[in-house]
Design a protein around this ligand. Structure first.
Ligand code: GLC
Length: 553
């Protein structure tokens, strides 16, 4: 399979399309939009977890891996979805959360009831010196431990306190995990996204960290045993079928490990999600701060990952948006003045790189962050914890809200904007989270009616990837590396060359083609968000312009 030819769409079920009238999107909503995905031209749709769950972390706290949560529909509706997608030639990618289960999961409940077999499924430890077993912190704030029932013990929870980390050292845990994945393979599922997979390898001794968060993460991230367990998972499950696509969500990973995770022998996964390119608006490494984004860091990180993964035969999942990130057009562009240009420029930058692009719902119509004015509009557990923590530090409510507004994961979780009717055509009932006020201007109906919309730009990008081996298989080389405003690169394949420029500013900038490529006269226009341009020695890049030129051998 050529992963470079694939494009994957991410549907966040909660916010995609509600057909049952409970204000929450559902599986039937995704099924009904099968033709929409076909029209866009994607190969596969990744659906975030819809399994039985108390929904403390919107489904990433799974209580039963085999059944659909009634919020999202029924098992029969899931079968129908699988069948429809199969008929239409669309793949499905399921989200496997295997680092932790919900504390409502039967295994955890049995452990609480004193069953030792299941107690060994988790990291349950005695406290130390009247406090927690170690000094680790949760990724959602506070200590990484919570009281185990009414005992003196604690269980490890690196995320929410209702998400208990599974003890992968226990062979029986790994067997259960294989059973889950194989169950869905047998149902015909051809794609798996593995949630935070590189933190499954905690060392058994769970020793204290120095207190430095980066050092602390190293104690449980990308450890050697993670590779062994992924290989084992591969051998026992998806490795049997070459048509299955897998992607590991790798938290705070590095290029070296990521190349191994996605090695060409195929002994681990097809590709990885890494996040360093999105940590470019953090002040001193801290997410919950008000900092503008550092373009050079963004560009340097993307170039570094492109170059190193190519060098070491790894494979990147390409993305700017997902359900955990604020909308990239709002974050890195100017959606007020250059909505179309910003949205398409960001898309082109990613889609012409080496890897497999992912499109997050709404991105293809240029959905933006909402303009919420009250903390009451927010739903996400991480954001609400962060808000409390900021207030506890003495910050005013207004300042804390400003930061939540910039960084909240809810920015991308607002309901999909289908049309200009009430609730943006997402639901007939009040949605679980407030619709973005701009749905009358930005919606699917409007985008489909206009041949020059962002939607059709994405469609063209996908078509080019399918047609041009340069894009799917070409080598990647950065150019203009020191430029403070433009991200530019070259792709090369069998003597053909593609060059792409992305202007990340609202200013017009000039580039000198002659200095950058050989025989610039031989280049032709391929694609740009200002339409066709004449190719001269000097090219003027307008605000947020992207431009791809191609030279055929
Ligand atoms: C991943 C998911 C995120 C979730 C976390 C814990 O990062 O993308 O939404 O909160 O894992 O499962």
């Amino acid at each position: 399979m050529n992963l470079g030819k694939k494009v994957i769409y991410q549907a966040y079920p909660r916010s995609f399309k509600d057909t049952s009238g409970n204000g929450i999107g559902d599986l039937e909503g995704i099924r009904q939009k099968a033709d929409y995905f076909k029209k866009l031209g994607v190969d596969m749709v990744w659906i975030n977890p819809f399994f039985v769950s108390p929904q403390n972390d919107n489904g990433y706290d799974i209580a039963d891996y085999y059944h659909v949560d009634p919020l999202f529909g029924t098992d029969e509706e899931l079968d129908k979805l699988i069948e429809t997608f199969d008929e239409k030639g669309l793949g499905l990618m399921f989200d496997m959360v295997l680092n932790h289960t919900s504390t409502s999961h039967e295994w955890f409940q049995k452990a609480l009831d004193g069953d030792e077999y299941y107690q060994d499924f988790y990291y349950i430890r005695d406290g130390k010196d009247g406090s927690y077993p170690n000094n680790w912190t949760s990724k959602f704030g506070g200590p990484a431990w919570n009281k185990f029932g009414d005992t003196d013990k604690y269980y490890l929870c690196l995320y929410d306190k209702t998400q208990a980390d599974l003890n992968w050292h226990n062979k029986n845990v790994r067997k259960e995990v294989y059973k889950i994945v194989n169950y869905w393979i047998d149902k015909g599922i051809k794609g798996f996204r593995f949630d935070v997979l590189n933190v499954i390898g905690k060392s058994k001794d769970l020793k204290d960290s120095s207190g430095n968060i980066d050092e602390e993460k190293k104690l449980y991230t990308d450890t050697r045993i993670v590779h062994e367990w992924i290989e084992e998972l591969n051998k026992n499950t998806f490795g049997k079928d070459e048509d299955i696509i897998t992607v590991g969500e790798m938290s705070s990973t590095d290029v070296h490990n990521s190349a191994l995770y996605s090695n060409p022998e195929g002994s681990e996964l097809s590709m990885v999600f890494s996040f360093h390119h999105l940590k470019v608006d953090y002040k001193d490494g801290e997410k919950w701060t008000d900092a503008s984004f550092d373009f050079k860091k963004l560009k340097g990180t993307l170039n570094y990952w492109q170059g190193e993964m190519q060098e070491h035969s790894g494979w990147n999942a390409l993305f700017f948006n997902n359900h955990d990130q604020t909308r990239a057009n709002t974050r890195f562009g100017d959606v007020d003045k250059y909505h179309y240009q910003t949205s398409t420029m960001l898309a082109q930058t990613i889609h012409l790189m080496r890897g497999t692009p992912f499109i997050y719902q709404g991105e293809e119509i240029g959905m933006t962050d909402p303009d919420y004015d009250s903390i009451g509009d927010y739903r996400d557990v991480e954001s609400l914890n962060a808000y409390d923590a900021l207030l506890a530090k003495g910050m005013s409510e207004d300042d804390a809200l400003k930061i939540i507004k910039l960084k909240s994961r809810d920015n991308s979780r607002t309901p999909m904007q289908w049309n200009d009717s009430s609730n943006a055509g997402f639901s007939e009932e009040t949605p679980w989270i407030r619709v973005n006020d701009n749905y009358k201007e930005i919606n699917v109906k409007k985008a489909l009616a206009d041949k020059n919309s962002i939607f059709y730009y994405y469609k063209k990008l996908i078509e080019h990837r399918k047609e041009e081996n340069l894009i799917s298989d070409g080598l990647y080389f950065p150019i203009l590396e020191d430029d403070e405003n433009i991200l530019a690169f070259v792709r090369e394949y069998e003597g053909n060359v593609l060059v792409n420029f992305s202007n990340f500013t609202g200013k017009s900038l000039e580039v000198d083609l002659e200095n950058m490529v050989d025989s610039y006269q031989e280049y032709e226009y391929l694609l740009g968000n200002y339409g066709r341009v004449e190719i001269n020695k000097k090219i003027n890049l307008r605000p947020y312009e992207c431009l791809a030129l191609i030279k055929r051998f």
